[in-house]
Design a protein around this ligand. Structure first.
Ligand SMILES: CC(C)(COP(=O)(O)OP(=O)(O)OC[C@H]1O[C@@H](n2cnc3c(N)ncnc32)[C@H](O)[C@@H]1OP(=O)(O)O)[C@@H](O)C(=O)NCCC(=O)NCCS
Length: 157
């Protein structure tokens, strides 16, 4: 398996993978993860990915097996208020491995590759948000050394 940066020409496939990724989430919270129509989502995602792939603050890596994209990870560098010693922080925004390739170490390799890229950019702190019902993801992050730090709360008005 090869881990490498995503290319602009791959956006159509990346958008398909994103759709598969996000359709895994409604069971965790059917209200919060409710979508627009598939066609509208794919159109918007396509535009979004064009911006992301051109952005210096985003890192978009893919896992490829036999010439086929089987997963992706997206990370972002954010800026905290200058009062902190750590002003730049990495954020792991999304990770997805197609079902038939799951549980073979691909997710771990993508997390490690993203961390390597953050380190190369002198980022020393990575965060992410995960649905607390998403056991596979929670287990993956814990195995990669991530620890619980805050609790995200929400209220529907
Ligand atoms: C989460 C996800 C990326 C994991 O990818 P993966 O390639 O299967 O992960 P790995 O094979 O590297 O697994 C690493 C560890 O994570 C844990 N893990 C992965 N899948 C698991 C599952 N279904 N149940 C329990 N633990 C799991 C295990 O500890 C595993 O180590 P092990 O196989 O030696 O026991 C994948 O399940 C996925 O794409 N899920 C849908 C999208 C998603 O929820 N993304 C996260 C959003 S925050």
């Amino acid at each position: 398996m090869k881990i490498r940066k995503a290319a602009r020409r791959e956006i159509p496939r990346l958008v398909e993978l994103w759709w598969d990724f996000q359709t895994t989430h409604p069971p965790y919270n059917p209200v919060f993860y409710r979508n627009k129509s598939k066609a509208e989502c794919l159109r918007l995602c396509q535009k979004y990915y064009q911006v992301i792939l051109a952005s210096k603050n985003h890192i978009f890596l893919v896992a490829e097996t036999n010439g086929k994209l089987v997963g992706f990870i997206m990370g972002e560098i954010g800026h905290r208020p200058p009062v902190y010693r750590t002003v730049e922080a990495g954020f792991l925004s999304m990770i997805y491995i197609i079902p038939e390739m799951q549980r073979k170490g691909a997710g771990t390799r993508l997390v490690q590759a993203l961390e390597k890229e953050f380190r190369r950019r002198k980022i020393r702190h990575v965060e992410l948000i995960v649905d607390k019902k998403n056991r596979p993801a929670l287990e993956l992050y814990r195995k990669c050394g991530y620890q619980d730090r805050q609790v995200k709360v929400y209220k529907r008005l």
